[in-house]
Structures are given as C-alpha cells and as structure tokens.
Design a binder for this molecule. Structure first.
Ligand code: ATP
Ligand code: MG
Ligand code: MG
Ligand code: MG
Length: 471
C-alpha cells in the first residue's frame, strides 16, 4: 500500500472495519460534559461513560481517528514541541476499542497484524513493553511470535495508563519501533532520546480510579488503544522525525517561504519552524472547535500556544503578523478529513490575526527589556533570572511565563522560582489590601486584576514545577 498520511489514516479505519468495528467520527477537542479534562487527550475520552458501564452503544467495537491536544492537564507536551522529534500539541490518535467484547488476545493480534502485515513494518525492529506483572500479555506476545528478548516489563509510569487523575485506567502494552543506531538515544524502549520510538499503546481497561485513588474494577474488561498518526506516518515512510514526513512537508515549506529560510539548514531555525508548524495546527483546530484566545482556561492555553508560535516567528526574523495567513495551509491540507475546518477558515484567520497584532505590541515593548535582562544575567556570571525581574516581565510587560522560561532555557539561564513566587504572593497581598479600600467604581477593575494574577500565577507554577524535562 501507499504510505502517505492520508492512505495510512484510511487503511487503519478499513482494517478495523473488516474486523467488525464501527467507524465513529472524532469528538471535538473540547470534551463534552467532563470536568476532569481541559482538552480531549485520547481517543477513549468520548467513550469514557461506556467503559464505566454508565452508557451503552449500538456497537461493542469501534474505530476512530481522534483529534487530540496535549497542552495542559495530566498529559502536557507543550514544552516538548520543537525539541523532540515525536511530540505535538495537536495530533491525530488512531484507536480501536472493545466495550466488554474482545480483550488482550485479539487486541494484541490486531495491533501486531496491522503494523507488520498491513503497514509492513519489519518485525525485527519491533519492541514490546508490558506492565510489570502482566504474565498473560507476555504469554500472548510470545504466542504470536515475538521473541522473549524483545519483550520488556515496565512500571506504572509507562505501562499503566490513565486519562486523568480519576476515571477509567488499566495496565497497558506498547509497540515500539527501533529506528536504528543513526538516531541518538537508548536502544531499548522508554529510554533516553528518540531512537526507539513508542508508536502504539494497547490499554487493557480494567479499573475506574476514584477521587480517593482506589482502583475499582470496571463492569467488563475492555480495550482502548491509541497510536499517533504522525509517528506511524514517519516510521512507515522511513523518516526519523515526524516533521520529515509528507504530513508536515507542505506546512514547513510554507513557513520557510514566509521566513526566507529552508527547513533542514540550521538547527536553531528548524526548531522555530517545527514549533510554528505544530502550533499552527493546534491554533486552527482549536479555533475551528470554538476556542478563542482569552485570559483563562482553554482560551489561555490557546493564547500561550499562539504567542509561543509568534515569538518563534520573531526568532526567524518575521516582525509582521504571519500566522493568520498560514492557517490556510492547515485548512487546505486537513479540510478533507475534518469537515469543520473549511467553513471556519475565515474566522480562524481573523481571530489569529487579531491576537498576533496584540502580541506584537507586547513583544515590541517587552523583548528589548527581556534581552537586556538576559545579557546582564549572563555578564554577571550568575545565570539566574531573579524573581523580581521575572515578575516585572510577566506583570508589567504581559509576557507569558512559558515564553520567559523558554528564552532562558535557550541561553541556559535558570529561573528564580522561589523569588517569583514571593513576588506573586506580595502582589496578591497588595491586591487584597487595596481591595479593602477600593471605591465602588474601581472594584470591577481591581478584582479583574486580582483574578488575572491568580490564574496566570497558577499557570506559572505549573510550568515551573513541570516534570516535563526535555532532552
Ligand atoms: P510518549 O511516551 O512518547 O510521551 P505517551 O506514552 O505519553 O507517549 P500515550 O498516552 O500512551 O502516549 O498515547 C498513545 C499514543 O499517542 C502514543 O503511543 C503516541 O503514538 C501518541 N502520542 C502521545 N503523545 C503524543 C504527542 N504529544 N504527539 C504526538 N503523538 C503522541
Ligand atoms: Mg507522553
Ligand atoms: Mg510513553
Ligand atoms: Mg504510552
């Protein structure tokens, strides 16, 4: 078969339809009535109630290509983007599901057959991971012909999957692919680097974790699987990076034309182009699903994504709004698979442009100050940006925390987290005090400021404490 991204997407659906699965459309990126989730982060989200036994469907096997966004909450890859070859904010997750129908044996057989027979990946390059105590999965993989030397047992972190702190979960088994010694990194799964790449996660859904952390058995053991289409495409096309597959080529070419740069020439510029390509997809799909930039919740995540892309445009030397034009490339490429995109194209471009214009004003004012601070920090030999300075950039100049953090990371400068927390706290106390004496008319404005400091401070901590250490 052809290995183009569109053919792979189709082949997946077709294969599972032949195995008796109902093709179900992708749910929106905004979860429907699920307060535990900011964005849809996996194919199983729309079936959560079915797994829990709270809802039944007319089918007990399903196959989907689900729009996902991992830029907040339990699964957050925002800071990985640009730095790894395999993480995106927005991506498409291919998945097959069994609702109390088949279990481990068939899930393993389908996964193996699709990758090695339909797509034609070399069996010798595959690695399998299983949950530490899952002897049954071990036996089933061997039964299908996988050598015990290619089956690795792992702990909760990698092989016990859960969508959020509560909800359906279970042990899992993953298919990984060795891209060979030319790729830096460990030669075994879940190690350092991108050499052995995780492609597909088969989750054996068996429990519902409640808010006390207790695992309660589900009414019926079920199957939930997830495979990133971008990774599958790269591997099937023999590319070492998702960004080198036919999926990203048109977008990177369009960004290159706009920036007067060629992807693949200079690593630093490449990283910026990867960030922009990734974020353009997230921006377009989020807006098409009704999210607009704002100062809280989902809108704030979108704002951070858009501003990060804009800043990387600046790093490439683009000083005018440009993202809005490039959203058209995303619509053109993805419009056929996702029908919500074309009708939304105008609104997406317009909203993107508005946000870019606002942020350019912020950048024009704040960037020289940030650069100046970083130069002084380097000259002092301390390599640490003080809490007061972070606070000034953030509060006076409206720089999102993650932009400050990334600019520092690029120059190996650390952030004084404790100092920043103290500055935020001081600001809060000040706001509270002023609140006590405010006049009737001033109240809304002041409470708005206090609220903004509250929400953004949370995002700041989240970022600073995130365990998402990259590279
Ligand atoms: P990784 O270890 O690479 O971060 P994961 O274990 O967090 O991936 P899962 O939650 O198991 O990922 O999701 C199932 C599949 O979805 C993965 O095997 C991968 O193919 C894909 N996937 C996960 N996160 C991303 C992402 N940020 N961008 C693109 N694809 C992803
Ligand atoms: Mg991950
Ligand atoms: Mg993993
Ligand atoms: Mg995984």
């Amino acid at each position: 078969m052809s290995q183009s991204v569109n053919d792979l997407r189709r082949a997946f659906i077709q294969y599972f339809e032949q195995q008796g699965h109902r093709a179900v459309p992708s749910a929106p990126l905004i979860p429907q009535a699920d307060p535990t989730l900011l964005f849809t982060n996996a194919g199983m989200n729309q079936f959560k109630r079915v797994f829990l036994g709270e809802e039944t469907r007319a089918y007990n096997r399903a196959v989907t290509v689900q729009k996902c966004l991992r830029a907040g909450g339990k699964h957050n890859d925002l800071e990985n983007v640009g730095y790894t070859r395999r993480h995106h904010t927005f991506f498409e997750m291919l998945g097959n599901f069994s609702f109390g129908d088949y279990f481990k044996e068939e899930a393993i057989r389908f996964g193996w057959e699709f990758l090695t027979s339909v797509v034609g990946l070399s069996k010798d390059r595959m690695w399998i991971t299983i949950f530490r105590e899952d002897d049954e999965a071990d036996r089933l993989w061997q039964k299908i012909g996988v050598s015990p030397s290619r089956i690795v047992r792992c702990g909760e972190k990698d092989n016990f999957w859960q969508m959020a702190d509560t909800g359906p979960c279970g042990p899992c088994s993953e298919l990984h692919f060795d891209q060979g010694p030319s790729v830096p990194g460990d030669a075994t799964p879940n190690g350092e680097g991108d050499r052995v790449i995780e492609i597909w996660n088969l989750v054996f859904m068996q429990f519902n974790r409640d808010s006390a952390g207790t695992l309660n058995p589900l009414p019926k053991p079920s199957i939930d699987t997830g495979m990133g289409l971008e990774r599958l495409t790269a591997v099937a096309q023999g590319r070492l990076s998702n960004y080198d597959s036919d999926l990203f080529a048109p977008l990177l070419a369009a960004i290159g034309t706009r920036a007067g740069a060629q992807y693949g020439a200079v690593e630093q510029a490449d990283r910026s182009m990867r960030v922009i390509a990734d974020h353009l997809r997230a921006i377009t799909f989020l807006m098409a699903d009704g999210v607009l930039p704002s100062n809280e919740g989902r809108g704030y995540v979108l704002r951070r994504i858009l501003r990060r892309a804009a800043r990387h445009g600046r790093l490439l030397g683009i000083t005018e709004p440009f993202l809005h034009e490039l959203t058209a490339t995303v619509v053109e490429q993805m419009g056929e698979a996702y029908h919500e995109l074309r009708p939304a194209a105008g609104t997406v471009a317009e909203a993107t442009r508005g946000e870019e214009e606002r942020f350019i004003a912020t950048l024009d004012q704040g960037l020289p100050i940030l650069n100046d601070m970083l130069t002084k920090v380097r000259a002092s030999g301390q390599n640490m940006l003080s809490g007061t300075e972070i606070f000034k950039l953030y509060d006076t100049y409206g720089f999102p925390m993650d932009l400050i953090a990334e600019a520092c990371r690029e120059q190996d400068i650390r952030l004084d987290e404790t100092g920043f927390e103290a500055a935020i706290e001081e600001q809060r106390t000040r706001a509270r005090k002023t609140g006590g004496f405010e006049s009737e008319t001033a109240r809304p404005a002041l409470s708005e400021v206090a609220a903004r400091v509250g929400t953004t401070a949370f995002v700041g901590y989240d970022h600073l404490n995130s365990e998402g250490v990259v590279q």
